[in-house]
Design a protein around this ligand. Structure first.
Ligand code: EPZ
Length: 420
């Protein structure tokens, strides 16, 4: 297993290029199962989760070619309809083959995903949406088994206790593209990754309206064809580097970032005193000497993204005062608190909130990554801390950030990978 070692205390300076969005690439790769024709997907980040999705496609009988950030999918004669436990258990996003397989094969078996370190992640909304389209769904031997011979468009309210669901919206939207009749998804997710998926489906010949809103309308078509698509860039990666800059007192340019995807983070960073400018697809960030405290509440898009909550907490640890985070998407997503406190942070969990008292300095320490975004937060804390930080279980980070240590090194950080 690898670990990351960081000698903290250096200001980030320079330019970083943002990669394609993992959370757009995964459902889009799954959507290729809706056609029999070749699809070419570019700007795909070469991450472990993407490799897992490719393994799932191959296990279904799909031919897949990978060349750098370009993936060519030939779904011509695939016959498979099972996503096995050994793959689904390593990546929950495997659930997004459910909708396409149901619509195309009229039969699907997907392993139930199992536990998750960021708290309970039920799939009831996925099943509710697909059942409303007429799928007959059973849970058998740890698998979701769904049969979709007589599916029909329907009006579906897809909100749960924490609002809309990104992948449930993706699953129902994909299934509805080949389901006869009109489907209306109410309380649909409108994250940029859902919009990117809809744009790919439109290129395949799907009929979709309202994909940037909370009401998506899909008219089923008989057949979808192959398409080429460039994945949008990763707003969470961009946000992570913006925060890394603010935390280290740096000044960087972030290329390939869309301000329309990052409105709330830009607002909060301005609120703590950071200077943000942009030109085209480049965002310039210049840190302030002393960060002011700030409060955030995570919410579905365009609210503050839960996937930046842990990284934002590190910034709050360095601010001059008390900040509060309220987590309204995953109320238990606070595994990073204890590790940050080992580095000298003062963070207290109170229900689904965290109260953060800023400290003058964090101090480097050996810490353990627990999930993808918590790992990114520990890297940020290591960059800001005095002395040496060693982050073990760094494979979590490799699921979502392309060569983070190389990108940070180019920005002047002292960070490297070692075998444990
Ligand atoms: C997506 O997961 C992302 N994953 C997550 O990114 C992200 O944290 C999350 O959306 C929220 O933005 C991918 O896109 C691959 P949800 P998803 O369904 O779709 C509840 C990362 O670090 N819910 O939008 O699985 C759920 O418990 C990851 O890259 C139900 O109640 O998340 C949560 O409270 C982690 N029933 C809320 O909805 C359901 O059936 C939103 O979750 C489904 C979800």
């Amino acid at each position: 297993m690898d670990k990351l070692v960081i000698e903290g205390g250096r200001k980030l300076k320079g330019t970083v290029q943002i990669s394609g969005a993992k959370n757009a690439a995964l459902p889009i790769l799954a959507a290729t199962l809706l056609t029999q024709e070749k699809c070419v997907i570019s700007n795909v980040p070469p991450l472990r989760d993407v490799q897992t999705m490719v393994k799932i496609l191959r296990s279904l009988g799909v031919r897949v070619q990978m060349q750098d950030s370009r993936i060519t999918v030939y779904p011509a004669k695939y016959k498979g309809y099972t996503a096995p436990y050994k793959l689904v258990s390593t990546m929950r996003a495997s659930i997004c083959v459910l909708g396409p397989l149901l619509a195309k094969q009229a039969l699907v078996r997907v392993s139930l995903p199992g536990g998750c370190v960021i708290g309970p992640r039920p799939i009831d909304l996925h099943l509710k949406g697909l059942s409303a389209l007429g799928a007959k769904i059973k849970i058998e031997h740890g698998y979701i088994v769904a049969q979709g011979k007589k599916m029909k468009g329907a009006r579906i309210y897809l909100g749960g206790p924490f609002g809309s669901s990104v992948l449930a919206t993706a699953n129902v939207m994909m299934a509805a593209t080949l389901t006869p009749g009109i489907t209306i998804i109410e309380n649909a997710a409108c994250e940029p990754e859902v919009v990117d998926l809809a744009n790919f489906l439109l290129k395949m010949g799907a009929k979709i309206h309202g994909q940037k809103t909370h009401t998506i309308e899909i008219e089923g078509v008989k057949k979808l064809h192959g398409a080429e698509h460039k994945i949008i860039n990763d707003r969470i990666e961009a946000g992570t580097y913006m925060l890394a800059c603010a935390i280290t007192g740096g000044e960087i340019s972030i290329k390939g970032a869309s301000i329309s995807h990052l409105g709330v983070l830009i607002d909060k960073l301005k609120g703590v005193g950071t200077t943000i400018r942009h030109s085209g697809d480049t965002i310039f960030v210049k840190a302030t000497r002393r960060l002011r405290p700030v409060d955030i509440t995570t919410l579905p898009f365009p609210g503050f993204p839960t996937d930046l909550q842990a990284q934002m907490m590190v910034l709050m640890c360095m601010a001059g005062g008390i900040s509060v985070i309220t987590e309204k998407v995953y109320p238990e997503r606070f595994m990073h608190i204890s590790e940050l406190n080992r580095m000298g942070a003062r963070v207290m969990k109170e229900g689904s909130s965290a109260i953060i008292e800023g400290v003058p300095k964090l101090s480097g320490a050996p810490v353990m990554a627990s999930d993808l975004r918590a790992s990114a937060a520990l890297v940020l804390a290591g960059l800001a801390a005095s002395g040496r930080t060693e982050i073990s279980r760094v494979y979590h980070l490799d699921r979502g950030y392309k060569t983070m240590e190389e990108k940070l090194s180019r920005l002047g950080a002292k960070i490297w990978r070692e075998k444990e």
